[in-house]
Each structure stands twice: as C-alpha cells, then as structure tokens.
Design a protein around this ligand. Structure first.
Ligand SMILES: Nc1nc2c(ncn2[C@@H]2O[C@H](COP(=O)(O)OP(=O)(O)O)[C@@H](O)[C@H]2O)c(=O)[nH]1
Ligand SMILES: [Mg+2]
Length: 319
C-alpha cells in the first residue's frame, strides 16, 4: 500500500477513500504511521458533517431504515456514508456486509459510501478505527455519517460517544428490557424511533410511543434537548422525513447554543484519554523487563507472598 492522493480524497474519489480507510484499519506499524500522517493532514477538512448513531436489536430494521433514510438524504442533496461498529463478527457476518441486500439501492448510489465494520484493530479496537474512518469520510465531502451498531459488548456506548445524535430503533410493543435493549442505552438516546409502525402493528407502535414519551419526560437528560419519541415504518417509508427533520432541528439548536461544538470537543478529549490508556497498556505489555517480571509477580500474588497493590506498583515503577 503506497501513498494516498490527498487531493483525490478531498475531491471525494471513492477508490482513494476506500484505500485510505484500509490504511487506517491496518495493524502494521508502518501503515499506522502513514495513516496518522494522512489524518493530521486532512484534519482541517473534517467535522463538516452530522454524525448519527443508530442502534437496535437484530431484526428491528436498522438496515431497512438506513436504506430508506439514506435514500431520503440523497434526495435532499446529501452525500451519505454508512459505517458499522460490530465487534462480534468483524468480517464475514458484519452487520452491514451480512445484509447488504437490504441496502441494495443505497449501495448502488454514487452519493452513498458503505463500509462494513473493521476487524478488531490493535490500538483502541473497532471504535478507534471507526472514528478515524469518520474523519476520512468527512474530508471526502460526506455530509451525513450514519454509524450503525448491533449492540454487542460495549459498542452502543462507544457509538454514542462518537456521534452528534444517537438514535435507538425499537419494536412496537414490549418494554426495552423485553426487547433485549441494554440498561442505560435508553438514557443515552437523543431519539427513540419505534419502527414497523405499519399494518397490524401500527396501533401497538402508537401505544409504545405514548408510553416512551412519558417515560422520557421523567428521565433527567443532561442537555438542552429532551429526547424525542416517534414512530416510523422503514419498509413503507412512513415518517422517514420526520426523523430527518428532527435531526436537523437538533443540529440547528445545538449549533446555536454551542452544545454541538462542546459535545465534539469533549468527545475528542475523552478519545485522547482512552488512547493514552491504550498506549500505556501497550507500552507496558511490550516492555521486556516487565514482560519478564510479570509471571513472577503473578505467582507471588497468587501465593499471597505479596499484595496485588505492591506488585502493581513494582510494575509501574519499572515503566
Ligand atoms: N413491517 C415492517 N417490517 C420491517 C420494517 N423494517 C424492517 N422490516 C423487516 O424486518 C426484518 C429485519 O430488518 P433488518 O433491516 O434486516 O433489521 P436489522 O437486523 O436491524 O438490520 C426484515 O424482514 C425487514 O423487511 C418496517 O418498517 N415494517
Ligand atoms: Mg442489519
């Protein structure tokens, strides 16, 4: 893999973008430093997008929704990038690759760029790669970045921490726990969208909508924004435009009151701290003295010859 044509990337050339993402996803140190150089270079061209996270249990309709939503956005003159954070099945069963058929039309569009979840990278894992990929997509002129996650492990929390607007798709009827939505996820949501509000399920979807609307109004939300609850049908294209209108309303308000920039700034700060932790750990694991010391210390701790605290302190002092 050699150099990336940054001018072509900035002009939105898809092949160049794909190549740059592959570089970012690589585990090789050499690629890593090339990727970092590119990211430093394009940083001034990033940030001009709205980053939207989409989560929900398997089968709720994420892929169908993204297809409908993405096509709607393209109709509004937007360029849309779809990324996935799916630590469970990095390549073969990746949420996007697995049901690319559900995004058939979107994937054919010139104004859409769809990238499956990266395989778990060394530093920072999948989320780190997705953050960097997001920057590349912004430099390539994508206006809307959709980040999908199936919600395995910590992925919803990670996605919520890298987007401007976090959407939880839900099924009509059944509480969040019944649906297998993790505790705490609802509290992170900027919007709950009850999908499949069509046919026989429409009434149930409306009941769920009322239920969650009152539940959300009781939740304390640490922001100017009171999370919205609405229904839609990704399949029958009902309310897809309403969801986009809501996101735009959020963006306008958050931009004018400063919350938008503030949130991104604090996300970047948190990201840096996360990276410091990861890098420290890596340094620790690669240090030859510590490598030799660790098995002895583990044994000593197991056999209660030393306290865990004293052993940990010895390792840190070695570093
Ligand atoms: N009735 C109805 N079915 C839907 C809707 N959205 C998705 N589905 C169906 O639900 C199933 C799962 O959808 P999919 O997009 O693959 O869900 P994902 O696993 O969350 O990505 C598919 O059979 C879809 O056709 C909807 O709005 N209404
Ligand atoms: Mg899917």
């Amino acid at each position: 893999m050699n150099t990336i044509d940054l001018a072509a990337l900035r002009q939105g050339d898809r092949r160049t973008l794909a190549k740059a993402i592959t570089l970012v996803e690589s585990r090789l140190d050499e690629h890593r430093s090339q990727a970092q150089a590119i990211l430093e270079n394009i940083l001034p061209d990033t940030g001009n997008s709205i980053r939207i996270g989409i989560t929900g249990v398997p089968g709720v309709g994420k892929s169908t929704f993204i297809e409908a939503f993405g096509l709607h956005l393209i109709g509004q003159g937007k360029k849309v990038a779809v990324l996935a954070v799916d630590p469970s099945s990095p390549i073969a069963g990746g949420s996007i690759l697995g049901d690319k058929t559900r995004m058939e039309e979107l994937s054919r569009r010139e104004q859409a760029f769809i990238r499956p979840s990266p395989s778990d990278g060394a530093l920072g894992g999948v989320a780190q790669k997705t953050r960097e990929t997001m920057l590349l997509c912004e430099a390539a002129g994508y206006d809307v970045i959709l980040v999908e996650t199936v919600g395995v492990g910590q992925s919803e929390y990670q996605v919520a921490g890298m987007v401007d607007f976090f959407t939880v798709l839900m099924l009509p009827g059944g509480g969040d726990e019944l649906q297998g939505i993790k505790k705490g996820i609802i509290e992170l949501a900027d919007a709950l969208v009850i999908n499949k509000a069509d046919g026989a399920s429409e009434g149930l979807a409306n009941t769920s909508c009322q239920h969650y609307s009152s539940a959300m109004s009781l939740l304390r939300h640490p922001s100017f924004w009171t999370p919205k609850v609405m229904t839609c049908s990704a399949l029958q294209l009902i309310n897809i435009d309403t969801v986009w209108d809501m996101v735009q309303e959020y963006q306008q308000e958050a931009t004018s009151n400063g919350a938008f920039a503030q949130k991104r700034a604090s996300q970047n700060r948190d990201w840096m701290h996360q990276l410091i932790n990861d890098m420290l750990l890596l340094k620790l694991q690669q240090n030859p003295t510590i490598k030799a010391l660790l098995p002895r210390l583990e044994k000593a701790v197991e056999q209660q010859q030393t306290t865990a605290y004293a052993a940990a302190k010895q390792v840190i002092e070695e570093l």
